[in-house]
Write a protein that binds this ligand. Sequence first.
Ligand code: SF4
Length: 374
Amino acid sequence: MSQTIPRTLPTAKLLNELQTFGARVVDPKAGAASRLGGAGPSDHKALTIDGVTIMVPVHTKPASSSPYLVELPDAQGASRISRNGIDMGAITFPGRPRFYDLTTDDGIPYSKIAVLHGADVLATTVLQSCVRYQSREKTCQFCAIGESLAAGSTIERKTPAHLAAVAKAAVELDGVKHMVMTTGTPPGKDRGASILAESAAAVKAAVALPIQAQCEPPDDDAWFARLRQSGVDTLGMHLEAVTPEVRARIMPGKAQVPLERYFSAFAAAVPVFGRGQVSTYILAGLGDTADAILEMSASLIALGVYPFVVPFVPISGTPLAGHPSPTADFMHGILAPLADMLVQAGMSAASVKAGCAKCGACSSLSTYEQRRHA
Ligand code: SF4
């Protein structure tokens, strides 16, 4: 007979372990469909534990030997989760969104235009191709943007009209609360800011939905005001790795944009979007030390930029498919002091208007913040 560990809140350690080990799921079809390939969390499944929804790797290589096992859902939709045979409580899977059943007038399933992330986030990759994805020398080694396109689970270019229709339906049918618009980097100097601006304007004309846009720093800082005027509420410009050696090794193409340009872009964007409304995504576990990530985070916070640090998860079909995830202890060593720094600076995931930092499903950082506040 299994032993049960009583809990009232998910511990940060439990969340860190689930996000780094992943989980074996007896019925991978339970809840909303998981996604293979693509930008953002791929090979993952959303699950909710004690009211917190997180993205947990289920289709990655390490997940197949995870100590965590999720049983079949019962009649109420709850599944027992155990760690090495010890019962850890119950989880649920967010259900399949209703907007997935719709198609556009030109016959494209809405699920190929945008997908549900976490509990209440609509996520889309406006342009599912990238100037840096053409050659393996330039490709970001962790990225799978071409995989879901090759698999036929998405389309290459989502038009503003597509996005407006899907966003409206996702709000009305499924109650989504905010939207993430990312993009592969097109060849132009604006780095995708132009298509993000036209997409945001179309969505905002259709429905009141807070939007985060994500792109590389564009050539001209004037794009920040244009994005804001188009209806973009928050902006993500993602460093991914923080030290020059790791940047050059993991993302040889994107590393050609120097850290200095990221910092000048952050300095120009924060006055436009507001303190804490500009963020960056940092993947821990790719070679940067905890100290390097914390040092970079301190510089970002001083500028008013929210550093969203997430554990690296190896995605099938990428050059890093066999690269290990960081340990839960490594994540704890970063996220605990980082949450202290954010709280001291008066910045929090809760006050971000839209996007990954607000969603928080890919990192337990916001759980650390809440505990620090408590
Ligand atoms: S944190 Fe960002 S990438 Fe992760 S599930 Fe939420 S919206 Fe998607």
